[in-house]
Design a protein around this ligand. Structure first.
Ligand SMILES: O=C1O[C@H](COP(=O)(O)O)[C@@H](O)[C@H](O)[C@H]1O
Length: 255
């Protein structure tokens, strides 16, 4: 199912052994996007064949756009695929900053347009006011998506689990029920709604898609054994995902 990554020439921060085992590195974002799209299409196809339906949770931001484009053309029975986001900014769905807008423009097009979209953004004024209703709508996906594609920021945030946000410790509690949470980062724009750590850990297959030396350096700090216990609570949320998934997080990196 995995395509063969090509050797990458650029110097890249060293990763610990566990992370190296999970790492596939590619020479450029387009190669990474193509390989990831082929893998995700195969996994969704397998879920459709065995269960009749499939679920895909993706992240927003800039990193997944090329992946979305390629995946949208996959010859899947998209009408039986549910697509949602790991997190959303509390902005109008047509706004430049909306993750849903990116998803609609780049994944829900061509064959992918037939997928069933479950948005995270609703008409309420705040994400807090939407939590109960959106959590009910997403209940099945929160309990365990077939495929989860995460991104990561330079501060180690993933989904919208930001180290500086109030409530981050509760959102990263692995004993919590899988749920949506409201987040108000102080160092990034927009109120957010996000899947909590428990929902991210519950996914049957998870991939972290990222590019560039700086993000790889953040990952190199997050993955070594013992990191989570040594970090201040809430720091480097990606470390919580990595350690609580016990390394079951594929890393797709391009230079
Ligand atoms: O704010 C967000 O940032 C992260 C990373 O975005 P990128 O543009 O650096 O790829 C993203 O994964 C998350 O979904 C988004 O809301």
């Amino acid at each position: 199912m995995k395509s063969s990554p090509t050797a990458v020439a650029s110097p890249a921060p060293a990763l610990d052994q566990g992370a190296v085992a999970a790492l596939r590195e590619y020479p450029g974002a387009d190669a990474a996007a193509a390989a990831l799209a082929a893998e995700v299409a195969a996994r969704l196809g397998a879920a459709l064949a065995s269960a009749g339906t499939a679920s895909l949770v993706v992240s927003g931001g800039r990193s997944p756009i090329a992946f979305f484009h390629t995946l949208s053309a996959a010859p899947l029975d998209w009408a039986r695929v549910t697509v949602t986001l790991a997190d959303e900014r509390w902005v109008d769905p047509g706004a430049e900053a909306s993750n849903e807008r990116v998803l609609r423009e780049h994944l829900l097009r061509g064959p992918g347009a037939a997928a069933r979209l479950l948005p995270l953004k609703s008409a309420t004024a705040t994400p807090e006011a939407a939590l109960a209703e959106r959590s009910t709508a997403l209940a099945e996906v929160l309990r365990g998506a077939d495929v989860l594609v995460l991104g990561m920021g330079h501060d180690g945030h993933t989904a919208s689990l930001f180290p500086d946000a109030d409530g981050i410790e509760a959102a990263l509690d692995p004993r919590a029920a899988p749920a949506l949470v409201a987040m108000h980062p102080t160092l990034a724009p927009h109120a957010r709604i996000s899947m909590n750590l428990a929902a991210l850990v519950a996914a049957r297959h998870a991939v972290l898609l990222l590019g560039g030396a700086t993000k790889r350096e953040v990952l190199a700090r997050a993955c070594p054994p013992g990191t989570l216990a040594a970090l201040p609570p809430g720091a480097l949320p990606i470390a919580a995902v990595w350690h609580h998934r016990r390394g079951a997080l594929d890393i797709v990196w391009s230079n």
